[in-house]
Design a protein around this ligand. Sequence first.
Ligand code: HEC
Length: 126
Amino acid sequence: MRHLAILVASSCIAVAAAGDAVNADYFTSTIKPILEARCVECHGPKKAKEDLRLDTPAGIRKGSHDKVVLVPGKPAESLIYSMAATANKDDRMPPKGDPLTADQLAALKRWIEAGAPMPEAAPAAK
Ligand code: HEC
């Protein structure tokens, strides 16, 4: 594990310099709670708007019924980031309530820039 952390840190020096190494544990400790607090109500087991589930790595990788929502390394092309970060209120996620905080957006961006590591390596079985 220590080995992995060093590997991740050295391959993304700029990212690692900002704080904790961005690895699968970062998803579990930081990203998943954001999605659970603000997104899973509508994109989870109870409701899955646009067929999009953000409660599991498999669901995030799969995307919606017709769109990819995560492009590792590219936050601007990742709808789970760009739709949360947009200044356009009509397009913003979540569609109601406060937008994500600056810290939450920064964490999402940082995680995607680092390649969006998540615990399961394999894509979801359909
Ligand atoms: C209150 C319910 C609700 C919440 C909470 C919510 N969404 Fe959505 N989401 C929707 C609805 C409804 C749509 C489809 C209509 C639209 O695009 O506005 C949608 C669409 C999307 C899409 C586009 C899917 C597609 O195929 O076009 C993405 C990506 C998305 N949401 C991400 C998120 C993220 C990330 C969060 C949390 C930061 C979030 N949503 C929170 C209701 C919600």
